[in-house]
Design a protein around this ligand. Sequence first.
Ligand code: MLT
Length: 406
Amino acid sequence: MFQLNENYLKLPGSYLFSTIAKKVKAYQDENPDKRIIRLGIGDVTQPLAPAIIKALHEAVEEMGHAETFHGYAPDLGYAFLRDTLAADYQAKGCQVEADEIFVSDGAKSDCGNIQEIFAPDSRIAVCDPVYPVYVDSNVMAGRTGDYDEATGTWSNVIYMPCTAENGFVPQLPEETPDLIYLCIPNNPTGTTLTRDQLKVWVDYANQVGAVILYDAAYEAYIAEDDVPHSIYEIPGARTCAIEFRSFSKNAGFTGVRLGFTVVPKDLKSNGVMAHSLWARRHGTKFNGAPYIVQKAAMAVYSEEGKAQLKEQVAYYMRNAKVIYDGLKEVGYEVYGGINAPYIWLKVPESMTSWDFFDYLLTEANVVGTPGSGFGPSGEGYFRLTAFGTYENTVEAIGRIKKLKRS
Ligand code: MLT
């Protein structure tokens, strides 16, 4: 009889955002007259920018003619895009070469898959709260030990609490990890690390021989000068860090799908480059991101595209301000929202994160994400996303303010 991968059976419940979607659907089915506003999952709502649409149309047209048709894409990405991405890094003072960039169908896939190239007994360290993909993908690989329902923790994972008490800055762990996941600007808390704070991590990783898996999916939202856009701004990062980038949040590609990962050739274990293993994995399991999507990504770096996307980011950050200011006005303790499209708020003392989820859903018909869904230190917190429309955001905050005042 065949055996299933029992590690999957250890995963508690379903993926966080699937659980929320099911709950919201059940409520909507029972209350069809209610207009629910969704500020839960960080999915964009603005249409693709005109420069991107133009590039997509042109690429689709090319696909309709034998002379310009494209079949399988190069598995690591088209040179036109990798060269452009490398030039963008270099223009910002980061040493990243085109052949160190691996184009993929999105940062979520890469964040989930990267663990495959590391030893099965690698010890992982995560911020707590954390984007669930990092832990869950390691559970599937059998790396996390046993789950303790009472504490919501895995026995073989090093947790680095990030709460209001420590300013959401993870402290260097006492036990030594092999793989350190950092997401800056942070999902879910919307907070960041300064250049100096990130340097502490780069120095530490180099000192103990760990790898930082750096998720920079939200870098386009950084507004403050001392927050790095890439870990490669920090000297020493090439020997200890892999960086994930996404087109989802900066260019609205959540439904188009594209991302990329940088694996520097200087990142080595016992003389072997992590780069070679990721290239081998990519070549074996991935047939390249679509030509039309990679062409669309080129528009992100055109002058026209840059200007349009700057406006789009500003649109979402205006929502972030509406949420941040509105919640503060009625007495909520709020964080994030300055360099990130997420606002992290403290729920009333008498409630858990899930209680607050139910309360907002039923009383204000607003959907958010319970902090405890991101890890035990997220208990008592709640996340709202700035990716809704402006009108819905204003209305949702109006409803929450009214509720608080009543
Ligand atoms: C989130 O809401 O945390 C994100 O949208 C999830 C993702 O990017 O996969």
